[in-house]
Each structure stands twice: as C-alpha cells, then as structure tokens.
Design a protein around this ligand. Structure first.
Ligand SMILES: *Cc1c(COP(=O)(O)O)cnc(C)c1O
Length: 257
C-alpha cells in the first residue's frame, strides 16, 4: 500500500468515507438536539499529498487542517493554485498543531485560522505579522484539560480547583484578547488517546465548562467555537458542543508516515 503515500486515497474512497462520516456527525448532533449546520468539518490532511486534498475538495470539503508549518507551506500553495485554475475559491486552511514562535510569519502567510495558540508569546508574534500584512486572524486558545505532559496548551486540567491555573489563563486571555489583529473565537483541545470514545467525553465537558467560565468572565470577547473531536472521538465531542471537528483518518484513511 505504499502507493498511498504518494497519491493518497482515491476520490471514490474519500467520497464514501465522507458520506458515512457526515451521517455519524448528523446522528450525534441529532441525539442532543443540535443542528449539523453548527458544525464545521476540518479535514486534517497531514502526511497526505496535495492530490488527496484536491480529491477531498472535489468531494465538497472546503476546510483543511495541517499540524506542521513546513508541510503546510509546501502543500498549501499548489492546492490553492489548483483551485484557482478551476475558477474555485481556495480552501480555508487551519493550523492545528504546535507552532514555534519563529514560524509565526509562515503561519500568517498561509493559514486562515490557528486552533493551537498555546502561549502569549506566540500570540504576540502572530499579531506582529498580521499587523504587517494588515489582516485579521481568527484564533483559538489550546487548553490542556487532561494534564498529560505530552500535550501542548494552556494548563487547564485543574482550573476549577486551582486558583493559579485560573489566574494564568485569565492573564493570557486578557492580553491575547486585546491584540488588535487577532480575533479570539474560542478554545481547542486534544483528548487523551483512549480505548473507547466515551472515555474522551469528560475532557470535552471540561473544555466546554472552561469556555463557559471564560465567556462569563470576558463577555466582550467571542467564545463561539469549541474545536474538539478527532477520528476516534468525534461523536462524544459533537454531543458535548464541538463546532469544529478535526478529522483525518476517517476521511483519508490510515497515515503511513
Ligand atoms: C492528526 C490530528 C488530528 C486528526 O487526527 P485523526 O485521528 O487522524 O482524525 C486532529 N487534530 C490534531 C491537532 C492533529 O494533529
């Protein structure tokens, strides 16, 4: 199956995958009385080539996610040029992985939303490049609600109990929310890898509760978005209020790299 790494999955496979994915998203939304229209599917195309993104685009996907700046910088221009040649709009590109501050300029040049703002320092760097380009960048703050050391994000696994965690978060939100070229829109998290999707639910509930607390404390800012849920746990995420799903393998198949 090494050919997959070069060309990626076929249009037919992606169409079939998307159909069943949307059915499951809609069913999960329905279970809790939500409209599937509130949910944006971000197809995480990391490790898959531009051809796979183009196939997903042809199947109707308009939002794509990458977790590495370098890979995005290589993949995004050819995909956008391809769309333009067809007379179509470029897709919206979401940065979903950790960004080193020194890569902030590349992110601003290529991505239209950043889910993974995990420090005030990164936010300040993004602000600087957005200001130079005179554009406004929608962002989310990544929160570590599990306490796993391997996870990026603002420490928030104990925000209800620990004043220190709350205080640090409030300080960061105060600063980042005031940056004129960034548009804070909500929170993002990655749940731990668990055996059953249901085990991820408490982390999604925790992120939503944190969002609600921040919305109460900072009512002038927008808290509309919760970016949570991946291939293995998007159903509980939808039930707990996700507005942005970041799904890779359920669309493109298993990653080889
Ligand atoms: C890879 C990745 C995803 C998608 O994971 P799948 O299990 O392939 O759905 C979502 N979010 C982030 C930050 C990722 O790195």
């Amino acid at each position: 199956v090494t050919f997959m790494a070069e060309q990626g999955p076929s249009l037919e496979l992606i169409k079939t995958n998307l159909e069943s994915l949307w059915q499951r998203i809609a069913a999960a939304a329905e279970r809790v009385g939500r409209s599937p229209d509130e949910i944006t599917l971000v197809a995480v195309s990391k490790t898959f080539p531009a051809e796979a993104v183009q196939a997903a685009y042809r199947a109707g996907v308009r939002h794509f996610g990458e977790n590495r700046v370098k890979e995005g910088v290589e993949k995004i221009p050819p995909v956008n040029a391809w769309a333009s040649e067809r007379g179509d709009d470029a897709p919206t590109w979401h940065m979903v992985g950790h960004v080193q501050s020194r890569k902030a300029g590349d992110v601003v040049a290529h991505f239209q939303m950043v889910h993974s703002v995990d420090s005030a320092k990164l936010a300040r760097r993004l602000e600087r490049f957005c200001s130079q380009r005179q554009l406004t960048l929608p962002i989310l703050l990544e929160a570590n609600v599990s306490g796993e050391a391997s996870k990026y994000g603002f420490a928030a696994w104990d925000w209800e109990e620990r004043r220190g965690q709350r205080k640090d978060l409030f300080t960061a939100v105060t600063e980042i929310g005031a940056l004129p070229h960034l548009r804070l829109q909500g929170l993002m998290t990655m749940a731990p890898i668990v055996a059953e999707p249901e085990e991820a639910r408490p982390y999604f509930q925790k992120l939503r509760a944190l969002r609600d607390a921040l919305a109460e404390r900072f009512p002038a800012l927008s808290w509309a978005h919760l970016s949570m849920g991946m291939t293995d746990d998007f159903e509980p995420a939808v039930e707990e209020g996700a507005t942005l799903l970041r799904v890779g393998r359920a669309i493109f198949g298993e990653r080889i790299l």
